[in-house]
Write a protein that binds this ligand. Structure first.
Ligand code: OGA
Ligand code: MN
Length: 284
């Protein structure tokens, strides 16, 4: 395989790997190293089935099933991120289902609303719009590494509260089903986490992070907003412009991502996502 970096801080294209075929453990070991090193891996021309995507994901580690009450996962291995219903009809942009998915357009790390967040995610593009609908990725390692020393000292040991409810409250109230809210109570995460495989530190912020534990709510929120703004500066960001059959994998511990808008009342966009389970809680 060949690994071609896409930017200074984040992203690499992987060539000569067929995601639809089985691979030796050494190949997955090399791919894992590339994922930890670059945070985002891009594979082009991967016309794969859901079963092949699940098998390829499993090669990286332990597969994480979706939450049973998740309207787009239903407890299975595939999360369908799409603006069409089961019959392939466009879902109107003002529909509750579209608004729910609009949460993906806020900077986030998948599963940070859970006490054991998702380690990595893999997205397969089935149908993409002719323009817009990109996904952006921001390096939380570069964001941490470039902080002033005094800031790093200040952040040491801080814990933030993350919740699904806080993320979706930024879109519209009443978006979440009672069942899904019940299944996703607020959780706590370290504001700075260390990635065990590399020893590198990363900021852990995003739209689910609502305040800092033990701090005045507004003061903590202001800090989180400032750090989010810092982390998503253009020099830390890779923007992926999708082609059908692109497969993109990212390390949720070291990058944030967000979807970008497109003319979703006119064009279809259908993505299938699989995820890797996290290794444990971020708080001791
Ligand atoms: C996701 C996600 C954004 C997008 O799949 O986890 O946030 O651009 N996707 O589809
Ligand atoms: Mn996401």
């Amino acid at each position: 395989m060949t690994i071609v970096p896409l930017g200074e801080h984040i992203g690499a294209e992987v060539r000569d790997v067929d995601a639809g075929s089985p691979h030796a453990e050494e190949t997955f070991a090399e791919l894992r190293r590339a994922l930890y090193r670059h945070s985002v891996l891009v594979f082009h021309d991967q016309d794969i089935s859901d079963e092949q995507q699940v098998a390829f994901t499993r090669g990286f580690g332990r597969l994480q099933m979706t939450i049973a009450s998740d309207p787009y996962g239903g407890g299975g291995p595939i999360n369908r991120i799409a603006n069409v219903d089961e019959e392939g009809r466009l879902i109107p942009p003002r529909d509750k289902r579209s608004l729910y998915q609009a949460g993906n357009n806020l900077w986030h790390s998948d599963g940070s609303f859970k006490s054991v967040p998702l380690k990595a995610s893999m997205l397969s593009a089935k149908v993409v719009p002719p323009r817009g609908g990109e996904t952006e990725y921001a390096s939380l390692r570069a964001a941490y590494a470039t902080l002033p020393e005094s800031r790093k000292v200040q952040l040491e040991g801080l814990v933030a509260e993350h919740s699904m409810a806080y993320s979706r409250s930024q879109i519209a109230p009443g978006l979440m089903t009672e069942a899904f809210l019940k299944a996703t109570p607020p959780v706590r995460h370290m504001l700075v986490r260390t990635v065990p495989e590399t020893g590198e530190k990363a900021l852990y912020v995003g739209s689910y992070a609502s305040h800092v534990i033990g701090w005045d709510i507004e003061k903590g929120r202001a800090l989180l907003e400032e750090l989010l703004e810092w982390s998503t500066q253009p020099q830390f960001v890779y923007r992926h412009r999708w082609k059908a059959n692109d497969l993109v994998m990212w390390d949720n511990r070291t990058c944030l991502h967000r979807g970008r808008p497109w003319d979703n009342g006119v064009y279809k966009r259908i993505m299938h996502r699989t995820t890797l389970a996290g290794d444990g809680p971020t708080v001791p």
